[in-house]
Design a protein around this ligand. Structure first.
Ligand code: FA5
Length: 344
């Protein structure tokens, strides 16, 4: 090691100690001026190059430059360290970082959506496609094509929100039967979940806007047993094997024979004579179903002598009453976070 090396190494060590100990930006700058400034120690070493023989000067210059680079790196690191320390000190004055955090509220999937997804997954497993359709429908799809002509009393059962003389907010998802069959030749197997609207008085079982899931299977040799099997399976999937479900003869103009699917009352379980949910019958209705009426098949140019089919329409909120043991359908639309949290 020659003299210059020794001198620079010693200078670097002293500079390193000075910047490491510098308590402030000002102290750091003082060290910079003392060592690297115009009249600093490194500058006077650089000036001494003039006393060396000419052939030794380039190597000496290079050695000094290396030392300066190393010292500038030390200076930069010390600056970053000082700034971080200053930030932490400032932060500690305004925020107590050791204080336990506040857990932000996290949303959850709405039960209506959850049931729709669960039911869709069940039918998808059995080869059904999921389709969606418009909520504003012409009366043709809502009624006429479903074997309910304009003078048919069944129209009154669907107390609807009419937008014009022929357009309405759909009161059921059954128009999707017609739309699907007009677009596809049999076999067809679909479910169509979505919103429905009716001018129904709101109570423990009724809303003016609710959700249905429509189901439709048309092929050769389809019979009522398939329908019972699929709907019973859906109830088992959603409610578990213990929940009682019954099929009761009913009437819909677009199915023959027709049935309604009931389950035991989620409020009184059949034990109250004056139950506000089931009226004392012990059962609530989940949906309607039946074999697709030959007139409906003819309307979409399916030959009823070759093809048969079944259809159903179940209320999603009604499924939710039993699925979650809820005793009033209005709870699903009250946006009560505590209620939704319980069903998480
Ligand atoms: C229908 O809507 C038929 N389209 C069902 C159908 C489809 C039958 C295919 C045959 C073949 P209904 O009006 O009964 O039927 O309604 C079916 C279900 O929708 C009811 O059982 C109930 O679960 C639900 N629902 C009906 N009105 C309301 C309402 N106001 N609030 C909540 N759910 C309702």
């Amino acid at each position: 090691m020659n003299d210059l090396d020794r001198q620079l190494t010693e200078l670097q060590e002293r500079f390193g100690a000075a910047v490491a100990a510098a308590p402030s930006a000002q102290a750091l700058d003082d060290a910079r001026v003392a060592f690297l400034g115009r009249n600093g120690e490194v500058t006077s070493v650089r000036r001494s190059i003039g006393t060396l023989p000419p052939e030794a000067r380039p190597a000496a210059g290079k050695r000094i430059n290396l030392a300066v680079e190393a010292m500038e790196r030390m200076l930069g690191d010390a600056q970053v360290r000082l700034e971080a320390r200053a930030f932490e000190t400032e932060l500690a004055q305004v925020v107590d970082v050791t204080y336990p955090g506040i857990e932000p509220p996290v949303g959850t999937i709405h039960p209506v959506r959850r049931i729709t997804e669960q039911a869709s997954a069940y039918f998808a497993r059995h080869g059904f496609a999921v389709v969606v359709g418009p909520e504003v429908e012409p009366d043709y799809y809502t009624f006429d094509a479903l074997n309910i002509p304009s003078d048919h009393p069944a129209r009154e059962g669907f107390d609807s929100f009419w937008l014009t003389d022929s357009l309405l907010l759909r009161p059921h998802t059954s128009p999707m039967q017609i739309r699907t069959m007009q677009q596809h030749r049999p076999p067809v197997a679909i479910i169509a979940p979505g919103k429905c609207y009716r001018r129904d008085a709101v109570d423990a079982r009724h809303l003016f806007q609710f959700h249905q899931i429509e189901g439709l299977l048309v092929a050769e040799g389809v019979h009522f047993g398939h329908l019972k099997g699929m709907l019973s399976g859906l109830c088992r999937e959603l409610f578990g094997p213990e929940q009682q479900v019954r099929f009761r003869p009913s009437f819909f103009p677009f199915t023959e024979p027709s049935a309604e699917v009931d389950t035991t009352c989620p409020r009184c379980h059949g034990h109250l004579q004056r139950c506000g949910m089931c009226g004392g019958s012990g059962w609530i209705e989940l949906g309607g179903a039946g074999m697709v009426h030959p007139n409906v098949l003819r309307e979409v140019e399916y030959d009823p002598d070759v093809y048969s089919g079944w259809a159903f329409g179940v209320g999603v909120e009604r499924l939710g009453l039993t699925r979650y043991g809820v005793d009033d359908i209005r709870r699903f639309i009250n946006s009560d976070p505590d209620f939704l949290e319980q069903l998480r």
